[in-house]
Design a protein around this ligand. Structure first.
Ligand code: DAS
Length: 358
């Protein structure tokens, strides 16, 4: 009498068990992506849903960021760590060393397939380029931010985070270097820069172009960087507890040597000159830079223009001045490469090679 219902119940149990096992198997096949949260607008909150400026950055924790996008669980086995919680205008060498060491430690684990770093947009291009030079793995590292706080109508953070996790868990992103993913676009760490103070399409790679898109739940790559990065670089921060002080002096009409002299007096070991045009040296500035060089400060001629090559021996006799030129790196990225170069050498010949390589 009871046999038939028992059989039905048992069959139902077996079906549920099979479905659960199938779901578990499917999840187990998903890539394992660790999200390292550092703050920024993507973790920001505003007083109202229409507050898109004047909000507070770096208030939402990594668990809440992950919980706000349940779709992440369908594309990756996601875990999160709050490395620190700051607005990225306050990013510093201490945070970079902490983050780089954590990234390298995680990527060395066989059960980690990729990393996403949530970050403020103000210095995302700098952190991404720093990591591009010091991460020692071919596994994907994707840095992501947002231009609207999490509380805003049409906040861009959730979709940017989803696209970043998709990319970090993809085979296509392996070996591409550190990537910046926002606004459905994939940009390389070396070229990407913030081009608009407030709009969601702010990140571009001027002239040299982005690497691809994230569309239809997957990344699409159309190009790759030809410059060395990650495993191919000679830089290693694993044993470093500090980085050399390198600063930027900006030039403009009527500029004088005051800023350069002050930066040198404050102990700069390297100085990037953000020159006008093709890295031109105003007459009032040249003696200060030349004197700094003679006192052992390594000088890199860059340009405030933001696109194009700063040619060696073009607007100044770099051979005679013993200066380095920045190639196409903008001043804020030239500063990062010079800072890492100074952890290896003070030879301007060797440093110029690095600017032609990375
Ligand atoms: N203050 C900005 C920052 O943290 C907010 C942002 O755009 O992320 O970079």
């Amino acid at each position: 009498m009871y046999l038939k219902p028992m059989r039905t119940l048992f069959a139902l149990f077996l079906c549920l068990f099979a479905l659960a096992a199938q779901a578990q198997t499917a999840t187990a096949k998903l890539p394992r992506v660790v999200i390292l949260a550092t703050g920024g607008t993507i973790a920001g909150t505003g007083a109202t849903s229409t507050t898109t400026v004047g909000y507070t950055a770096a208030t939402v924790g990594v668990d809440a960021l992950i919980k706000a996008v349940p779709e992440l669980q369908k594309v990756a086995q996601v875990s999160g760590e709050q490395v620190f919680q700051i607005a990225s205008e306050n990013m510093g060498n201490e945070q970079w060393l902490l983050l780089a060491k954590r990234v390298n430690a995680l990527l060395a684990k066989p059960d980690v397939d990729g990393i996403v770093i949530t970050h403020g947009t103000d210095t995302i291009e700098e952190t991404a380029y720093f990591l591009n030079l010091v991460v020692k793995s071919r596994k994907p590292v994707v840095v992501v931010g947002a231009m609207r706080p999490s509380t805003a109508i049409s906040a861009d953070g959730p979709i940017n985070l989803y696209n970043a996790v998709l990319t970090a868990g993809s085979q296509e992103a392996v070996g591409k270097g550190v990537l910046v993913v926002l606004n459905d676009q994939i940009n390389a760490a070396r070229e990407v820069t913030k081009t608009n103070t407030v709009t969601t399409d702010t990140f571009k790679s001027p002239e040299l172009g982005m690497l691809g898109y994230v569309v239809g739940n997957q990344p699409h790559f159309y190009r790759a960087s030809t410059r060395k990065h990650t495993l191919e670089t000679e830089f290693d921060v694993s044993n470093l507890t500090a980085l050399p002080q390198v600063d930027i002096a900006y030039s403009y009409a009527n500029v004088g040597p005051a800023a350069i002299n002050a930066l040198v007096a404050a102990g700069a070991k390297g100085l990037v000159h953000a020159g006008v045009g093709d890295g031109s040296l105003p007459t009032k500035v040249r003696p200060a830079l030349s004197s700094a060089r003679k006192n052992g400060v390594v000088i890199v001629r860059s340009s405030r223009v933001g696109q194009g090559i700063v040619a060696r021996n073009g607007e100044a006799n770099d051979d005679e001045l013993d200066f380095v030129v920045s190639d196409t790196l903008n001043p804020q990225k030239a500063r990062i490469l010079l800072m890492l170069a100074l952890t290896k050498t003070t030879s301007t010949k060797d440093i110029q090679r690095m600017f032609s390589t990375y």
